[in-house]
Write a new protein. Structure first.
Length: 572
């Protein structure tokens, strides 16, 4: 694409591409550039106009609103790939200045709808798989035998490479590396079925053409996915059956192949490749090779999906434990999530790697898990604790370590639980460790934990202003806290990494709500309206915005899950 454009994804204009050379009006009236035949769409619903900063979507006072995804907007600077929703209709924005990456799970390829008249040959993938590995005939010549040996060696090497990956994003990359090393392809796309739909959706794109969009024939993809057939196009450049505008020929796709990704009779999706500008770029032997690669690829994808399920189960386990802590100590609700966010930002500032950051996330969530063993009367006391009660509270670090000690995957968290109340000067508990003798994990959580305790409101006192709490950390540097940890935390604060996580930071703003899960006040952007959906920046729960007599409040969406911090995988 040479200019920014809008791609109509639904309705009678489906497939139309409109360049954004000036103002593009959207509405039900026929005089709109994008005319949407939908009763939920206003006559003059919205427009997209070009500005020096980019293309801006503006709602024109529509009755039912204009949305980006599930978020209602009044005026919004469009980003590449975003989908505009008006009524039940969807339009995608594509920016001209963004090129397709060589391989990306974030790519948003344009999928054109073919007219169903592509000339192709299709055969059961199982039969092709069998012929690829069949024993050569006795009359087969030496050249043919060498070619067969070369192909089998290539498939074996590809199988080994693909099987070596566990992360889904890595599997996709390995598959495409092998496809492009063995086949004359310009574009490769992996499409997988999702929980929301059995129809395969684009998951990964690899392109070496430098174009800013990828076109996939849905006819070929559907044939391969629904029937389990391997498909190859025939003489696309010369075939008169292609209709103008929506066929493969208009996208300069001369040859294409598609093979199903099948694991133990379960159809996971398809792998699609095409070649530009050369007729009959692919031979039947190439299709056989693609099918042979699709077998191990499907197994690797399924295994990676199992790994993701295990990782999600791990995250769910953390969530259950965190919820148990919050329920036991309702006066400090949200403390767990705020400390976790502070701790992760601190770890990033210190340069800890992603693996260690995920451990910090786990440590932040579970640092107070030992409070489960503390008497409820002490946890729920609205006043300051007596000396005797405080002695009983001081057992929670050791109790937390005891709870985690026999669970192998939670054992790395023990230092976060056991040492977060130790002090740099040796006056802390439970062991009175001093200076660098305190494990670094405990020193990190100590700063995050204390900062939240100082800035959060309790029934018996109001929270400190964040600047006051920062000053208290600085004054405690070298006595209560590791100086390096304090310095790094102050740097986080000065970079604006801390403020959004504070419990009451946005409490006095007119457009703010208390998160119904963690109690942190969340600022609402001007475009947020009733029925908008947002994520809490602290516990990452999904919240629906509600309104009553001019006042906003949040309703927890129960199907939501907290986001991993940081994500353990970059795939979608």
């Amino acid at each position: 694409m040479q200019t920014d454009c809008l791609i109509v994804l639904t309705g009678h204009m489906k497939g139309h591409v409109i360049s954004v050379d000036g103002d593009i009006t959207i509405g039900r009236n026929p005089d709109n550039v994008v005319q949407l035949d939908d009763i939920q769409v206003s006559r003059r619903h919205a427009k997209v106009e070009r500005t020096p900063d980019g293309c801006v979507l503006k709602d024109l006072g529509s009755g039912n609103g204009t949305f980006i995804g599930n978020r209602r907007v009044v005026e919004h600077l469009l980003a590449d790939g975003e989908v505009i929703r008006a009524g039940g209709q969807h339009i995608q924005f594509r920016a001209a200045h963004l090129g397709a990456s060589s391989g990306s799970t974030d790519a948003k390829p344009r999928v054109f709808q073919s007219d169903g008249q592509e000339a192709f040959e299709a055969s059961d993938a199982k039969n092709i798989y069998r012929t690829f590995f069949q024993t050569p005939e006795k009359s087969t010549g030496d050249d043919r035998l060498r070619e067969i040996q070369k192909r089998l060696t290539a498939v074996y090497a590809a199988n080994q490479a693909i099987a070596s990956e566990q992360k889904l994003s890595g599997v996709f990359e390995r598959i495409m590396d092998q496809v492009f090393s063995l086949l004359p392809a310009d574009t490769g796309v992996i499409l997988l079925k999702t929980e929301e739909s059995d129809a395969p959706k684009v998951e990964y794109v690899h392109s070496k053409t430098g174009s800013d969009s990828v076109h996939v024939s849905t006819t070929i993809v559907s044939r391969a996915f629904e029937r389990g057939e391997a498909v190859i196009t025939c003489n696309a450049m010369d075939d008169s059956r292609f209709s103008a505008g929506m066929s493969i020929i208009t996208q300069n796709i001369s040859s294409a192949m598609c093979a199903p990704l099948t694991h133990q009779e379960e159809r996971l999706g398809v792998i699609y490749v095409d070649s530009h500008g050369v007729t009959d770029a692919f031979k039947n032997s190439d299709l056989e090779l693609l099918v042979a690669l699709a077998g191990p690829a499907a197994t690797a994808i399924k295994n990676a999906q199992y790994v993701r399920m295990v990782e999600q189960s791990y995250q769910d386990t953390l969530l259950v434990l965190a919820n148990a802590i919050e329920l036991r100590d309702h006066y400090t609700v949200g403390h767990t999530w705020r400390v976790t966010n502070f701790a992760v930002e601190l770890a990033r500032e210190l340069g800890w790697n992603d693996v260690k950051q995920r451990e910090v996330q786990m440590g932040g969530v579970l640092h107070d898990v030992g409070k489960i063993a503390v008497d409820n009367a002490i946890l729920s006391k609205p006043d300051q604790l007596t000396d005797e009660e405080f002695e009983k509270m001081k057992v929670h670090p050791e109790r937390g370590a005891d709870l985690l000690r026999d669970v192998k995957f939670l054992q790395p968290v023990i230092p976060y639980c056991l040492y977060h109340h130790e002090r740099w000067d040796g006056e802390g508990y439970p062991f009175g460790l001093k200076g660098a003798d305190i494990p670094v994990e405990g020193r990190l959580i100590s700063v995050a934990d204390t900062f939240d305790a100082m800035t959060s409101t309790r029934p018996y006192r109001k929270g400190m202003a964040p600047t006051t709490a920062i000053q208290a950390l600085v004054e405690g540097r070298g006595s209560q806290f590791d100086p390096d940890m304090v310095n790094a935390f102050v740097a986080c604060y000065e970079k604006g990494k801390i403020e959004d996580v504070l419990q009451d930071y946005y409490k006095n703003e007119a457009r703010s709500i208390a998160c119904p899960f963690c109690s942190t006040f969340v600022r609402l952007n001007p475009e947020v309206r009733a029925d908008s959906e947002i994520n809490c920046p602290v516990c990452h729960r999904h919240i629906r915005i509600m309104e009553h007599e001019g006042y906003f409040y949040g309703e927890l969406m129960m199907q939501s899950r907290p986001r991993n911090l940081p994500p353990s995988d970059t795939s979608t």
